[in-house]
Write a protein of this length. Sequence first.
Length: 312
Amino acid sequence: MREMGSLVGLVLVALSGSALAQQEAPAGDAAAAPTGDTAAAPASDTAAAPADDSAPTLPPTLPASPMPTPPLGSTYVSRGLTIGAGALQVTLPVVTYLSEGTILKPVWIPLELRFGLTDRLDVVLSHNAFGLLPPGFRSGGVCVGGEDRDCQTVYDNFNLGTELSFLKQGGIELAGMGGFEFRSLDFFRLAFDLGLALKYNRGLLAIKAAAQIGVPVNKRAEQVKEFIAVPVQVALQATHGLAVFLDTGVFGPAADFRQEYAIPVGVGAAFAVMPILDVGAELMLPLMVTELEDDRAFQTRTLMVYAALRTK
């Protein structure tokens, strides 16, 4: 019996070895008999090795992006003709003569308040003379200094009007303007203004122009008749915070325009102290070109300094 058990054990060992050899045979044959180009590949070549799914995948390198463009309305040249719904802008100019013999005689403060009723409609309270002239051109608003500094009265005029922007496309904006001028509160001289404003903005450059007319409503014999104003401003955004500009145009009474027109030239700069506050200054020659016989060109000079505060 012992010999029979030994014999059975030898048979089982032989059978198990044979089965194991049959299972390993295909892998061994494939490794031992490579053909074609596969046979020439070195055993250490890792090109055909399967990718390791556990290795981290690095994102592709992106090209550097250009400097972001400032949001529309965040710089002097990119602001629209209207300021937007719910916004309030307070502009406080101080204007004086720098002509020989009239330095600081007088000093005017033609305050301007602008409120946005909608994104396209503003209501404006201003104090520049005739409602149409640039603040640096002539007097208006509060006069400081009394009669010793040629102030006939402390406060005698204001203008109340609206501006409606009806087209904004491709850097071009058009707006209609209308309002009333209280040219003299003491004598109650009233006029009505009507006009069209245009602004073109392209990159760092902006051009603003308007065609306006002021028509007396009452006491026509005591007032300047229909008054024409075509102000033009060219502005360049030198840096994100600093803009420089040139003011000019043509102004005069319609009846005697050829004899009494004036073309001013003013140069100035505006600096954004913060996103809602600008300060600036402008030197103007109000009568740079004119048919008037006196006070021509460099003989008449005005200086304006101002601050403009916006709620947004």
